[in-house]
Design a protein. Structure first.
Length: 218
C-alpha cells in the first residue's frame, strides 16, 4: 500500500498530548528562528554549530512518540526551510527512521534536483523502509528514466509493494525498455528456481502503450 500522507499540524496537534504539543511548539519556533537567521545572513558559516532544531529532529520520537516522529520531523524540515547541507547532514548521521523522514519530505522543499544523491543512496540499500520512502513524489519528478526503471526493479527485488511508487502508471506507460528489463528479471528468477514477484505482472501490464483513439476520417 502507498505510504499514508503525513498529517497536517492541526491534525497532529489533535493526536499529541499536552507535553508533546508544548515540545513541538518550542521545536518549531527554533526551526523558524534558524530559517529567519539564514535568510538575513545567507553567507554565514553554520558549519561549526548544530542548530538546536536539528537536535530536536533526532529527538522527535522520544518526545512525541514513534508513531508521530515522521510527521514531526517533516514539520521541522519545512519550518526550517532545510537546504541541502542540513538534509544531507540529517540523512547521513541519522537512524533509518530519521533518514526516512528526510526522504518523505523532499518533494515539499524548494531544493530542485539537488537531493537526488540521498534518493540514490536509499535505493542502494536493502532497507525496505528507505526504498519505499525513496520512490515517492520527489523521485517521480527527478529520477531520470534509467534510474527510475532500476528503482522499480529494486522494489520488486526487496519486496516493496509497487503501490508505493509515485506516478507508477504515468511513467510506466509505453516504456518498452522497462518491459524488457522486467522480462529479463522474471526469466532470471525462473531460471534460478525463485518465485517471480506478483507485482511484476502488474507493472508489465502498465508498460503497454496507451490505446490510440481512431480519428474521424478512419
Amino acid at each position: 500500500m502507498p505510504m499514508t500522507p503525513l498529517p497536517t499540524r492541526k491534525e497532529l496537534d489533535a493526536q499529541l498530548g499536552g507535553a508533546a504539543r508544548a515540545w513541538l511548539d518550542e521545536a518549531l519556533a527554533e526551526a523558524e528562528h534558524a530559517a529567519a537567521h539564514a535568510a538575513e545572513q545567507p553567507d554565514a558559516d553554520s558549519s561549526f554549530a548544530v542548530p538546536p532544531w536539528e537536535l530536536r529532529y533526532a529527538a522527535a520520537g522520544r518526545y512525541c512518540g514513534l508513531d508521530h516522529a515522521d510527521s514531526v520531523r517533516a514539520l521541522l524540515l519545512l519550518e526550517a526551510r532545510a537546504g541541502l547541507p542540513a538534509l544531507t547532514r540529517l540523512y547521513e548521521q541519522g537512524t533509518a527512521a530519521e533518514r526516512r523522514a528526510v526522504l518523505r519530505t523532499l518533494h515539499r522543499l524548494d531544493i530542485g534536483s539537488a537531493a537526488l544523491p540521498l534518493v540514490e543512496d536509499a535505493l542502494r540499500t536493502n532497507d525496505t523502509r528507505l526504498v519505499a520512502a525513496a520512490v515517492g513524489p520527489y523521485a517521480a519528478v527527478h529520477l531520470d528514466a534509467h534510474q527510475w526503471r532500476h528503482a522499480i526493479l529494486k522494489c520488486l527485488f526487496t519486496g516493496v509493494p509497487v503501490d508505493c511508487v509515485d506516478a507508477l502508471s504515468r511513467r510506466s506507460r509505453g516504456d518498452a525498455e522497462l518491459a524488457r528489463m522486467l522480462g529479463d528479471f522474471a526469466a532470471e528468477r525462473t531460471a534460478a528456481g525463485r518465485d517471480v514477484p506478483a507485482d511484476l505482472a502488474h507493472v508489465l501490464a502498465l508498460t503497454a502503450p496507451a490505446p490510440t483513439v481512431p480519428s474521424e476520417e478512419s
